[in-house]
Design a protein around this ligand. Structure first.
Ligand code: ADP
Ligand code: ADP
Ligand code: ZN
Length: 214
């Protein structure tokens, strides 16, 4: 089963994708995570993406499309995948459609997680991640059970993203409204779009997603 999770920064795409991985035995493909790994490794792609990401703008479509196409070909995607943060423009959505047709694959559900702007700013600015296992947390909304210790792996090493500050988030939200929101209508017209209220508690959102996916 192949899914697309849509929604503004901070809607909960990554949080929910990690949970759906376990439920359905499929793999999360986060273009943001993949790009951050490229930046950390100092690759050519990482060098091109770094400044763009720090400003909260979108990385050029052609770079993203090549990156995701290669990723979908890897063995761990055989049972299915969850696209998190891709597609983000109508040209990316078009490219995904033809890419999947060429690979003999298709998207089963496109789910838009809806959340309002003020809430997502608070979510993004309080977000942090376990450096060891990638588990996501929030200063207020999703604290580890034991302060300073990752629930999943026990690490006490956490990181915050360079672009998770109030100013950059505003720009990321504009990029979302202008360039990404139109793909909600795009998938609506194809008849495969579902929406879920992302303002509910994390567990409630997971339950709704499972209901929608069936
Ligand atoms: P996205 O991948 O869409 O940018 P994340 O899943 O990283 O969003 O969530 C952003 C932040 O908000 C994280 O710190 C996460 O713990 C928190 N969060 C996610 N979903 C909810 C929710 N339903 N209610 C409150 N906080 C949430
Ligand atoms: P969030 O979880 O807050 O929605 P992401 O981790 O998905 O943010 O993306 C972080 C940054 O990486 C974006 O602001 C953008 O610069 C870049 N990026 C990620 N995915 C894409 C994409 N599909 N197209 C263009 N740029 C992307
Ligand atoms: Zn951890």
């Amino acid at each position: 089963m192949n899914l697309i999770l849509l929604g503004p920064p901070g809607a909960g795409k990554g949080t929910q994708a990690k949970r759906l991985e376990d439920v359905y035995g499929i793999v999360q493909l986060s273009t943001g995570d993949m790009l951050r790994a490229e930046v950390d490794s100092g690759s050519e792609l990482g060098k091109q993406a770094k400044g763009i990401m720090e400003a909260g703008d979108l990385v050029p479509d052609a770079l993203i499309i090549d990156m995701i196409s290669g990723r979908i070909d890897l063995d761990d995607c055989k049972q299915g995948f969850i696209l998190d943060g891709f597609p983000r423009t109508v040209p990316q959505a078009d490219a995904l459609g033809s890419m999947l047709t060429d690979k003999g694959l298709q998207i089963d559900h496109v789910i838009a997680i809806e959340a309002d702007s003020e809430a997502v700013v608070a979510r993004v600015t309080g977000r942090y991640t376990c450096s060891e296992c990638g588990s996501g947390y929030h200063d207020e909304f999703q604290k580890p059970v034991k302060d300073g210790i990752c629930d999943k792996c026990g690490s006490s090493d956490f990181t915050r993203r360079a672009d998770d500050n109030a100013e950059t988030v505003r720009n990321r939200l504009s990029a979302y409204e202008e360039q990404t929101a139109p793909i909600i209508a795009y998938y609506g017209e194809k008849g495969i779009l579902k929406t879920v209220d992302g303002m509910a508690d994390i567990d409630v959102v997971t339950a709704k997603l499972k209901e929608v996916i069936g």
